[in-house]
Design a protein around this ligand. Structure first.
Ligand SMILES: O=C(O)CCC(=O)C(=O)O
Ligand SMILES: [Fe+2]
Length: 329
């Protein structure tokens, strides 16, 4: 029997601080990152450290607003529409005939949302601005926490790299709107967004209840990532893939437009991309490469983004260019 030696005779229970990740860290280290073996620590971490990810009331206003503003935009003739010159808006046919997207950038999500609202609708909307700010700020906090956990999974003391390598990361949000094709061939899948990897460290996706997101497994099978209430999807992007020398694998994914009961319903998703700053040189630290081969040449983050912007996009069955094409050795 354990000896109690403090005055009260009771062993004091360690109370988890706001975000005490020690237990999880220890478990992941002991089991070399195998999270299946750390379920109880993960549950404890979730309850002590998670932020409330349930889309708030204001987020619904924000999604409705985004849908309405994009419907208005897409019904206009693009060459005469002032917003068609807007760098933050991706109209139909750029990535896919059924996809359009509005970008809102940090660190000041509110200001960015405000200028998009003004350009799209010629009016400001404080509610929209506030909802985007709240969502963007929460996603930034969540991205940092997830990155810290991923670094722990790489091995002992890797989270020490967080401060020096990731502290200048910033995020941007894409509000994606997928319309459904009017004519459909039964049983034929329709491409909403072609196969691609994200140009981020990581991406956090909120999808509505329609579904359609698919991720390609290592053995090249497409897995449906079905919407789950109160859940977000996290993808590792190309920047973290290169920084970790391929140990954290960038996910190949796409969006399939499904048969839907209500054909008038659009699919909406919010993708938050957490990225290195443009002028960061991305080079896997020696500790990360270890005894293995270095797989990527050091490169400037902004140069990779330019390369992707100017190169062929992914198709339904073929992934577009990735960091392997740009910096692979
Ligand atoms: O709409 C989705 O579920 C995913 C969107 C996506 O992959 C992207 O915007 O990069
Ligand atoms: Fe993506």
């Amino acid at each position: 029997m354990e000896k109690m030696n403090d005055n009260s005779g009771l062993k004091k229970k360690k109370i988890a601080s706001a975000c005490d990740v020690e237990a999880l860290k220890k478990c992941l280290q002991e089991h070399k990152g195998d999270y299946n073996k750390c379920q109880s620590q993960i549950e404890a971490f979730k309850s002590s450290c998670s932020i409330n990810n349930k889309p708030s009331e204001s987020l619904h206003i924000f999604i409705d607003y985004a849908e309405n503003s994009m419907e208005k935009e897409s019904s206009q003739v693009l060459p005469t529409c002032p917003a068609s010159n807007m760098k933050t808006y991706t109209p139909h046919f750029i990535a896919s005939p059924f996809f359009e997207s509005l970008r809102v950038s940090g660190p000041d999500f509110c200001a960015s949302a405000q200028s998009s609202a003004e350009a799209l609708l010629n009016q400001s909307n404080p509610e929209f601005c506030e909802a985007v700010r709240e969502y963007g700020d929460r996603m930034r906090i969540l991205s940092k926490k997830i990155t810290q956990i991923l670094l722990m999974c790489l091995g002992k003391d890797f989270e020490m790299q967080f401060k020096s390598e990731f502290s200048s990361c910033e995020g941007y949000l894409r509000i994606n709107n997928y319309s459904l094709p009017e004519k459909r061939v039964m049983g034929k899948e329709v491409e909403g967004l072609g196969m691609h990897t994200d140009m981020s460290c990581l991406t956090i996706v909120y999808q509505d209840d329609i579904g359609g997101l698919q991720v390609r497994s290592e053995d090249e099978k497409w897995l449906n990532i079905d919407p789950l209430e109160e859940s977000l999807v996290v993808n590792i992007g190309d920047l973290l893939h290169a920084w970790s020398n391929g140990r954290l694998r960038s996910s190949e994914h796409r969006v399939v437009l499904k048969e839907c009961r209500n054909q008038n319903q659009n699919r909406v998703s919010l993708a938050f991309f957490w990225c290195f700053e443009d002028n960061k040189v991305i080079s896997a630290p020696n500790e990360v490469v270890g005894d293995g081969f270095r797989c990527y040449k050091p490169f400037l983050c902004g140069d990779y983004l330019k390369f992707r912007e100017n190169s062929e996009r992914g198709k339904f069955e073929k992934v577009g260019f990735t960091v392997k094409d740009f910096a692979g050795i």
